[in-house]
Design a binder for this molecule. Structure first.
Ligand code: ATP
Length: 136
């Protein structure tokens, strides 16, 4: 059993795709261990995306993720990190495979609906940022 930090980014909320996306995770068999909706500030965006803050694409990404409410959740299940990334699909929605969340629902490499932790270490780091009460 493992756990991962997932974001449904502001485009998912704005476009009314929360139910569709959560339904895919639930239908796969993952369990929602924690969930919150919030609008984040630049400081939290910078902590979450610490590895990207110096990148050229980061300022518009920061503007996007702070632009409205998003959902943060912890999903649990067997190989949850890898399973969520497979369900999410490739970063660029235009290139993501059909059948994936991004491949079916996004035409953008920035507004790509979802985030999933990319490994066990980042999952625990990100859960600590969004749900510090879950870190022992
Ligand atoms: P995530 O970490 O959100 O699950 P990812 O691992 O597929 O996505 P990363 O390379 O970690 O992608 O990039 C983090 C996020 O930054 C992407 O999900 C996307 O929103 C944005 N991003 C990445 N590359 C670009 C780019 N070239 N142009 C615009 N936005 C980008």
């Amino acid at each position: 059993m493992s756990r991962t930090l997932v974001l449904l980014k502001p485009d998912a909320v704005r476009r009314g795709l929360v139910g569709e996306i959560l339904g895919r995770f639930e239908a796969k068999g993952l369990t929602i261990a924690a969930l919150q909706q919030r609008t984040i500030d630049a400081e939290l965006a910078d902590r979450h995306y610490a590895e990207h803050v110096e990148r050229d694409f980061y300022p518009p990404l920061r503007a996007f993720v702070t632009s409205g409410p998003l959902l943060a959740l912890v999903l649990e299940g067997d190989e949850a990190i890898e399973v969520v990334r497979a369900l999410n699909g490739a970063t660029d929605g235009r290139k993501a495979a059909p059948g994936t969340i991004r491949g079916d629902l996004s035409l953008s490499n920035r507004e790509n609906l979802v985030h999933g932790s990319d490994g066990a270490e980042s999952a625990e780091r990100e859960i600590g940022i969004w749900f510090p009460e879950l870190i022992s």
